[in-house]
Design a protein around this ligand. Structure first.
Ligand SMILES: *Cc1c(COP(=O)(O)O)cnc(C)c1O
Length: 419
């Protein structure tokens, strides 16, 4: 193995990888897979569905049917991190609380719910439930619509949170929802889905096996639609909407992002769709002034190996002698999405890995210093700030730790983790 980073990766060491492909012209594909138009289209569609979301999920009424999370400054946690590392963090530190997103309590509420709504709109227009996209979308909550959707299935393979978002939304609209869960998925996520009326199929294997089986069963059934985490354009666009939303929030707080005030963002990565889409959305907003780092567990850094080897989804973490197993269930993915890897290669700043042993202490620190609970996968996002390789940044920098999940975890599970 010539690449020293990949050598460290294969020893399950924590690494700090700086992306040599950033801004490389040859990485800018001839025909980019996504455009600003795609993201705008997703934003508009989410607005059209706002009345439907308010109908099924009254908790979204205060934000008028738009599912968006708070952005909170966490200066106490910043002090804790500085004390832990003995280094000052220049600038302000914020937590983007997707951990507290309405309806499904994780970053998957962005992409997953969006994809179900897109599919629903397609069916509604095709079957005449909606005349056109200016029609009254509340019709989709009526009996005729429910009866129509009941004839269709929506399936997905998941380590947990994607299953929650797809399952909860699909079941609410009246579809038959089938979630294929990998062995990594936590029991409470399966219980919650069943309680919401979804069918959960459990696998003894990893995420790849759950996806492969789900995809196969869905393809054999013309009434079934498969949410394909590895290849989905819809998921990606749903996630990308975060860029404009964050910009609005920062402006509302009187914060501008520019050359003097660069933005640093840290996002946990599994297959890549969520961090990739968010990164894409942010780069549309801020171009050169945003610097995004992905964070992955030492045992399942699929995006890092995909990018650093230049082989994308042709390699898996197992090819590097790793297990793919981690306490960070949302990140337990052995092979990255090639579509996402290629799209973000010219944009991301780098990727880092984190040892599982750090996750619980970090989420405890956040709980004790700020009173905010997040799950271990989300705790990974603090890792770049803990690493000595992190470059010194402007005193006016803005750091955002993207907390990707946690709010739906039952109390007894939280207590056990915090202990
Ligand atoms: C899914 C997930 C991620 C990563 O998203 P991918 O699209 O799989 O890369 C990060 N954190 C949590 C909590 C997740 O559930």
């Amino acid at each position: 193995m010539q690449n020293p980073i990949l050598e460290s990766v294969s020893k399950a060491e924590e690494v700090f990888w700086v992306n040599p492909g950033k801004n490389k012209v040859e990485n800018n594909q001839e025909k980019p897979a996504f455009s600003a138009e795609d993201v705008k289209d997703a934003e508009e569609r989410l607005k059209r569905f706002a009345p439907v979301l308010m109908y099924y999920f009254p908790e979204t009424r205060e934000t008028e049917g738009i599912i968006e999370s708070p952005l909170k400054e966490i200066s106490n946690m910043k002090s804790v991190l500085e004390a832990k590392t003995g280094r000052k963090i220049n600038g302000k530190l914020f937590l983007k609380m997707d951990s507290h997103l309405k309806v499904s309590g994780s970053v998957k509420a962005r992409g997953g719910i969006y994809e179900v709504l897109k599919h629903t709109e397609d069916i509604a227009l095709k079957t005449g439930l909606l005349r056109d996209t200016k029609d009254d979308y509340l019709k989709l909550t009526g009996k005729t619509a429910q009866d129509t959707f009941a004839k269709y299935k929506i399936q997905v393979g998941s380590t947990g949170n994607l299953g929650l978002s797809i399952g909860i939304m699909s079941a609410a609209l009246g579809y038959e929802a089938i979630v294929h869960m990998s062995a990594d998925a936590k029991q409470w996520k399966k219980d919650l889905l069943r309680a919401r009326g979804a069918t959960v199929i459990e696998y003894t294997g990893d995420y790849a096996q759950a996806v492969a089986n789900g995809r196969e069963q869905s393809e054999a059934d013309p009434t079934s639609y498969f949410v394909d985490d590895e290849h989905s354009r819809e998921l990606f666009c749903g996630y990308a909407v975060a860029g404009g939303r964050l910009d609005e929030q920062l402006r509302g707080m009187g914060i501008s992002v520019d050359e003097q005030h660069p933005l640093y963002v840290y996002i946990p990565c599994g297959v890549g769709g969520a961090p990739g889409g968010i990164t894409y959305g942010l780069s549309l907003m801020y171009g050169e002034n945003v610097h995004v780092y992905f964070v992955e567990p030492v045992q399942s850094p699929c995006m890092l190996v995909g990018l650093a080897s230049g082989k994308y989804s042709a390699v898996s973490v197992q090819d590097y002698g790793l297990t793919g197993k981690t306490e960070a269930d949302g990140l337990a993915v052995g092979r990255c999405s090639e579509m996402v890897a290629r799209t973000i290669e010219p944009i991301i700043e780098g990727a880092v890995t984190v040892d599982d042993s750090k996750l619980c202490p970090l989420i405890c620190d956040l709980w004790e210093s700020e009173g905010i609970f997040i799950e271990p996968s989300a705790g990974a996002a603090f890792q770049p700030l803990m690493m000595k390789e992190m470059p010194e940044v402007s005193p006016d920098a803005i750091h955002i730790v993207w907390a990707t999940g946690g709010n739906m975890m039952p109390q007894e599970w939280r207590d056990r983790l915090l202990e």
